[in-house]
Design a protein around this ligand. Structure first.
Ligand code: FAD
Length: 525
């Protein structure tokens, strides 16, 4: 007999993990071993546009966890199962094979995953296996923060106000730290059924899903795996000293210069978070998306560090503002769970379903010239190019840069937001369906609480706000490294030609008019 914890893509950690912790409790209570299962499903990854970088990050974290679990005499078995539809059978046959009485997992809120878990419940009971599911992704799980009419909020501000009030009224409940799993008895390692599970390896390659070796090497250097790394990055973000080059393991030069003074990044977050030329944000998104760090731990640590017992609702205080940004993550997950159509390629605002988009591919499926240039970072608009090259190279992009790049694709190039959403999923190491969809639909003005369609970013004025020193552009667009001031943000034609930098793919004022026209009259050219 045993208890099985089915680890999923967004819970890659041992500490402060609800389903794992509860599974361990159960195993202790029943005096039986705990074993861990992870299912790789290439078909599922393809269906969800999972990027190779995020999958590679998953494998790297699993390999580390395999060792940490083994130290606790807990085997972690990674199984590859191609077909997504039959995943419940794969999980349950694993349970049966190992004599499991109970199965524990954390909930994934995407609609297919919710359906899959319902199927598990249906199939498990007749086999005498009790399936238990836990909320673990968010600070406050979906379905709790609702309107007076018991509906999901589709406007952020009231959601956030209620989120803070609910959290502050229930801090011990929402921020509770789950106990670590207890070690299995040592003799599990020599038992007939479980011993071989310790000998299996976490695969390096996945049949049916392409991973790019050169890129993997680079990502490994830029974004090391592991709970320790994530904890250090959180510490570094909260600490009252400037970041040194090894902290966070992300080359600070890659995104601009280091902070020059001694104040912590979180304290300055309220005023500096929109700067892409400085290392102003936590860069924890990939560790949060993959669950390598617990979001509860992030909120707890910031409160402990700054000795507050309540979440600050002041938008200008660094710590308060950071926690409020984390609330966006909960908000978009809440939206995804309540309104699954947003993740099925539908705009939340149906009135924009008929907006006319430019053709983004030819009859053979090749990208249009404009799309190619956006993807490659050769649009001739420096801030957009810097943003796209940064993501192509590093797998990560600053939030404001994401907004500018996404707004440029949808409003200046008039290319369908779903095309951009897919490309971001392909390249981002922090790709998360809920946040990515939320971010894209915000920029395309089609989502919940979106940017109004007539508020179109001027990429040149945005550029001087997000990159006032010009270091962001100079780093990622080296052709322009000798330029400064307005010329850097919007190079004159002669200068651009001399430097071999492309001329803008569109004239902003003209494309702006086109976007206004098409959004005002969906269905019309
Ligand atoms: P910090 O500023 O330190 O914030 C801390 C954490 O709060 C983040 O790690 C993240 O988990 C959360 N957070 C902050 N801002 C947001 C936000 N606007 N929406 C949702 N969560 C937020 N975030 C992803 O994690 N995955 C994505 O695939 C993703 N795609 C995006 C696409 C677009 C078009 C846009 C505009 C935003 C997207 N975001 C996405 C949100 C945001 O850009 C990133 O979470 C943020 O840039 C990560 O940097 P950080 O960890 O330094 O954030």
């Amino acid at each position: 007999e045993c208890v099985v914890y089915w680890m999923r893509m967004a819970d890659l950690r041992i500490h402060d993990n609800r389903a794992l912790s509860r599974a361990s409790d159960q195993a202790q209570k029943d005096g039986i071993p705990l074993i861990v299962l992870f299912i790789i499903s290439p078909q599922d990854y393809i269906a969800h546009d999972r990027g190779a970088r995020r999958i590679d990050f998953t494998l790297r974290n699993l390999a580390l966890m395999k060792t940490s679990f083994a130290d606790l005499h807990i085997p972690l078995q990674v199984v590859t199962h191609f077909q997504r539809k039959t995943m419940p059978y794969c999980a349950l046959s694993f349970c049966e094979k190992h004599g499991a009485t109970t199965l524990f997992a954390n909930i994934e809120y995407e609609v297919d995953e919710l359906r899959r878990d319902l199927e598990i419940c249906k199939l498990a009971a007749p086999k005498g296996i009790q399936a238990n599911f836990f909320h673990n992704k968010c600070v406050i799980e979906p379905g709790i923060i609702v309107t007076k009419q018991d509906k999901a909020y589709t406007v952020y501000s009231p959601y956030q106000r209620k989120w803070i009030a609910t959290l502050n009224a229930n801090i011990p409940y929402y921020l509770e730290e789950c106990p670590d799993p207890v070690a299995n008895d040592e003799n599990v390692r020599s038992s007939k059924i479980f011993a071989q599970l310790f000998d299996t390896r976490v695969p390096d390659y996945i049949e049916g899903f392409r991973l790019d070796d050169a890129d993997r090497e680079k990502m490994k250097e830029v974004w090391p795996a592991g709970e320790d790394v994530a904890a250090k990055m959180l510490d570094a973000f909260l600490a009252t000293k400037a970041r040194t080059s090894q902290l966070g393991a992300v080359d600070p030069v890659a995104c601009g210069a280091e902070a020059s003074d001694k104040a912590s990044r979180v304290l300055k977050y309220g005023s500096e978070r929109d700067r892409a030329d400085r290392d102003t944000t936590s860069r924890l998104s990939l560790y949060l998306s993959s669950g390598v760090i617990s979001v509860r731990a992030c909120v707890r640590a910031s409160m402990v560090k700054w000795k507050t017992s309540k979440v600050d609702d002041n938008r200008n205080s660094g710590v308060g503002r950071w926690i409020q940004e984390i609330a966006w993550r909960d908000f978009y997950t809440n939206v995804l769970a309540a309104l699954p159509r947003v993740s099925m390629g539908r705009p939340f605002l149906e009135k924009f379903a008929d907006v006319v988009w430019e053709k983004h591919e030819d009859s053979s499926g090749n990208d249009s010239e404009a799309l190619k240039r956006w993807k490659a970072g050769t649009t001739g608009v420096p801030v957009v190019d810097a943003a796209m090259r940064c993501m192509n190279e590093m797998g990560w992009m600053h939030n404001r840069a994401r907004m500018i790049a996404a707004m440029f694709l949808t409003k200046d190039l008039m290319i369908d937001w779903r095309v951009g959403e897919r490309y971001f999923m392909e390249k981002l190491i922090d790709g998360d369906l809920a946040s990515n969809n939320g971010g894209w639909q915000w920029c395309a003005s089609t989502g919940v609480d979106p940017c109004p369609y007539f508020r179109i970013f001027n990429p040149y004025s945005q550029s001087s706000k997000v990159d006032p020193t010009g270091e962001f552009i100079r780093h990622w667009v080296p052709e322009l490294r000798k330029l400064a001031g307005p010329d850097l943000h919007n190079p004159p034609t002669v200068t651009a030609k001399k430097l071999g930098y492309p001329l803008p793919v569109v004239v902003h004022s003209e494309s702006r008019d086109r976007a206004l026209r098409r959004y005002k009259n969906p269905g019309e050219e």
